[in-house]
Design a protein around this ligand. Structure first.
Ligand SMILES: [Cu+2]
Length: 282
């Protein structure tokens, strides 16, 4: 039970609900387990060693924009007819959320061109290149998360906003662990409101699940990447990634329901390459 969920919808102000304090030590815990397996050290020694090793979980990425960078474009399509998107009957705040909403867990396929929306496309194994954005925002609006799938650079700032005149409680997990659990008061006309900025959510690469404790149907995903060469497909299943250092790479696509695929690609200097993906019907 978090403090925020006990607030009335009309409440104003800014609330922050502390997540499990053990989460901040997560990277230390992992290193400590590795340490004990490898060396059989005592708990105390391993704890000290783990604390000394604790830091950014991913290899460092260096900003060094390429002068002769190329681009990668493509589309992600679905083989077969576009699946229907079920409607969910809402249970709360129907004046804001609507009586029914499209199931956010559904696979979104464009019936005209079979393009799959909300696919994360990423180029793996790039350790230096263009500068990433510093902030990555997730908006609660219409009792849905916007964007539904957020791709973000590791180590940067996560920004959480509420665009609705109702209380939301955004809960972000990696596996079963809570990374953030924040009640978001609404801000329509409230000069005291400001978005929540968090440094913990993007602290390591991985797939994060996003839910709202106030509206159980709300669902989204965050993919934290270790380099800034990523994109999320649009409503036509299209993507474009720019300023890529010339070379040969593996391109990976990820969709919450359709899974992963990879492809090899060669990016020419100051040129463009194409990588198209197709998911089989499930
Ligand atoms: Cu909500």
């Amino acid at each position: 039970m978090c403090v925020g969920s006990a607030l009335a919808d009309g409440a104003r102000g800014f609330y922050r609900v502390a997540a499990d304090p053990a989460i901040a030590l997560d990277s230390i815990e992992v290193k400590m387990i590795d340490c004990r397996r490898q060396f059989g050290w005592s708990l105390v020694l391993c704890w000290l060693a783990g604390a000394a090793l604790a830091g950014p979980a991913s290899a460092a990425y260096t900003v060094s924009p390429p002068a002769d960078g190329g681009a990668l474009t493509g589309t992600v399509t679905f083989k077969g007819a576009a699946p229907a998107i079920p409607e969910i009957t809402t249970t709360k705040n129907q004046d804001v959320c609507g009586a029914q909403v499209p199931d956010p867990k559904a696979t979104v396929v464009n019936p005209k061109n079979h393009g799959v929306e909300w696919v994360v496309v990423s180029i793996t194994g790039i350790s230096q290149g263009k500068a990433p954005d510093d902030k990555y925002a997730l908006l609660n609006k219409g009792c849905a998360f916007h964007p539904h799938v957020l791709a973000a650079m590791v180590g940067k700032t996560f920004v959480l906003e509420n665009g609705d005149p109702v209380l939301h409680n955004t809960h972000i997990r990696i596996g079963n662990r809570t990374l953030l659990n924040d009640a978001l008061s609404f801000h329509v006309g409230d000069p005291m409101y400001h978005p929540i900025e968090d440094q913990r959510v993007l602290s390591r690469p991985g797939e994060l699940d996003v839910n709202c404790d106030a509206h159980e149907w709300m669902n989204g995903h965050i993919q934290v990447e270790d380099n800034p060469y990523f994109a999320v497909t649009d409503e036509n299943g299209a993507f474009k990634i720019t300023d890529i250092p010339p070379g040969s790479y593996t391109v990976q696509v990820w969709h919450e329901n359709l899974g992963e695929q990879t492809q090899s690609v060669t990016i020419p200097a100051k040129g463009a390459a194409t990588a198209n993906f197709e998911y089989p019907a499930k």
